[in-house]
Design a protein around this ligand. Structure first.
Ligand SMILES: [Fe+2]
Length: 510
């Protein structure tokens, strides 16, 4: 029987839930403003200098939030929330575990006040049956499809072994694991055949298989939120992309106008989210398995090993060494979205540069590419091939649009429909067999809920950014193409993992 929560938790829950809902309601999408005519250069400084208390000296971020990106109201709301989390924390030791029935647990946490502003998480088809999800299906038709890769030895795997290199809390199960998949050439599907993890080398007929699957699901969920979403999209790619664009592409430069809607707000978002989630007692260390030190080490390691080709789905597929002859619904979905973006950037660039020589001679573009190579860990040559041509810059620019819109959605807001089902997709696993506590679950819910705030949508007429009529035509064509793709995707059967243009925000603003 589930122990009853004390009255003090009821009050704590009421206060923190009210704050989440008020912030959610208060954030309204605004028109993305034009770039400033005379900007002050942004410098980069270590996160540990910018936000004392986050001990990650190796990750760089802008020295300030540029004027126009942040509102006093949002800053005050965030500061108040961080202050309150110290004096009246949303998680406290010793609270009971959530209900055994996940639907009851969710109903207790996701009250009618939330439902009035945002729909309850949907149940992915892969979670709908009894038992644990089929990892073969999760590997190609879920947000976790980004993890499948081919090892040098030829094995198709999810490899989360390095999660064991970072400190976790003493009462939790270590998450380092490797899942082996076999491709069935007839059905074109993947099948999980083995899981190496702390429980041993487990095969599907082992009675510990379900526990091994739980470990792999927890590792995937942890990795996607900490490494791929916040560290990858926000810090390793989004931050340097935004800084390079602000510093090197001046106000009326056509590439500045192409990129601006998709990078506006990044420094504000990175600063506020890092403070709220990475400081001691923040969301990350109170929801996932890592201690503060473990979290900082994980961020430093994964920032340094960032690979920029993840922002171009076809290159990402190639760099993961994946074979043909495999059904890959998530990858197909991502490629369709990227292709519309690449058609847009290629058309736009062709309108402004009559030849490859013309773009290679543009000093602002050269400086932008250099700054991107210096700012993004391991550079961007994996996307451009180290050359500046109309094609390479179109590929890169489309990659940035894709990163800020599709990747941010797939790795962030879409997790709403996955991470809340902690019976199938745990965020941490207690070695005692206990389920997560009510306060941890509520904090997970509030952190994910917050990812769904109203932002400027991608599917809008961005032609007001154009410097002339050529640009206007290109921006409107992009809008039309997105609408056409959205209409096509609406005819397909609903799936929790599928990303559609109508879901997308234009940028990663908090
Ligand atoms: Fe985000």
């Amino acid at each position: 029987m589930t122990r009853k929560a004390p009255l003090s938790w009821t009050i704590r829950k009421m206060v923190w839930n009210s704050i989440s809902i008020i912030i959610f309601r208060g954030k309204k999408a605004e028109k993305i403003p034009m770039p400033p005519k005379d900007p002050r250069l942004l410098r980069t400084v270590p996160v540990s200098e910018r936000i004392p208390g986050i001990e990650v000296g190796d990750i760089m971020m802008a020295d300030r939030i540029p004027r126009g990106e942040s509102s006093l109201k949002m800053r005050l709301a965030f500061s108040f929330r961080i202050w309150l989390s110290k004096v009246f924390p949303p998680v406290v030791h010793g609270l009971p575990q959530i209900d055994k029935d996940i639907n009851k647990a969710m109903d207790a946490a996701y009250t009618r006040y939330y439902k009035a502003v945002y729909p309850r998480p949907k149940l992915p088809a892969a979670f709908a049956h009894a038992g644990m999800p089929d990892l073969g299906e999760m590997a190609v038709a879920s947000p976790y499809a980004c993890f499948v890769k081919k090892e040098k030895e030829g094995n198709l795997v999810w490899d989360f072994r390095d999660l064991d290199d970072h400190e976790i809390y003493a009462n939790l199960r270590p998450l380092g694991c490797r899942v082996f998949f076999k491709l069935d050439k007839k059905t074109r599907k993947l099948q999980a055949t083995r899981i190496e993890c702390v429980l041993g080398d487990i095969k599907p007929d082992d009675d510990r298989w379900n526990e091994a699957v739980r470990t792999a699901m927890c590792a995937a969920s942890t990795q996607i939120s900490l490494v791929n979403h916040f560290n990858g999209v926000h810090l390793a790619c989004g931050g340097p992309f935004s800084i390079a664009t602000r510093n090197h592409l001046y106000y009326a430069h056509p590439i500045c106008r192409l990129m601006w809607p998709h990078m506006f707000g990044t420094q504000n978002s990175n600063y506020l989210v890092a403070k709220g989630q990475m400081l001691r007692g923040g969301d990350f260390e109170t929801v996932f398995s890592f201690s503060h030190q473990g979290l900082c080490n994980l961020f430093a390691r994964s920032y340094a090993s960032y690979r920029a080709s993840v922002i171009v789905p076809s290159l990402d597929w190639r760099d993961r060494g994946l074979p043909d002859g495999l059904d890959m619904p998530t990858q197909d979905n991502l490629v369709q979205l990227y292709d519309v973006m690449q058609a847009h950037t290629a058309r736009y660039i062709a309108a402004y540069y009559s030849s490859d020589e013309a773009i290679a001679r543009d000093e602002a573009v050269v400086a932008w590419v250099r700054a991107l190579n210096e700012g993004i860990p391991n550079g961007i040559d994996g996307i451009t091939g180290g050359v500046i041509t109309r094609d390479s810059i179109a590929r890169l620019a489309a990659g940035f649009i894709y990163m800020a819109t599709v990747q941010h959605e797939a790795l962030g807001s879409r997790m709403w429909n996955y991470q809340m089902w902690v019976d199938k997709n745990p965020v941490r696993i207690h070695v005692s067999g206990k389920r997560v506590s009510v306060d941890t679950y509520q904090r997970l819910l509030n952190a994910n809920f917050n990812l769904n705030v109203d932002r400027a949508i991608l599917m809008q007429d961005l032609s007001y950014f154009a410097v002339d009529d050529k640009g206007k035509v290109a921006f409107r064509q992009f809008f039309d193409d997105l609408k056409a793709l959205d209409a096509k995707m609406k005819t397909e059967k609903f799936a929790c993992w599928r990303v559609t243009p109508a879901m997308l925000d234009a940028n990663i603003n908090a």
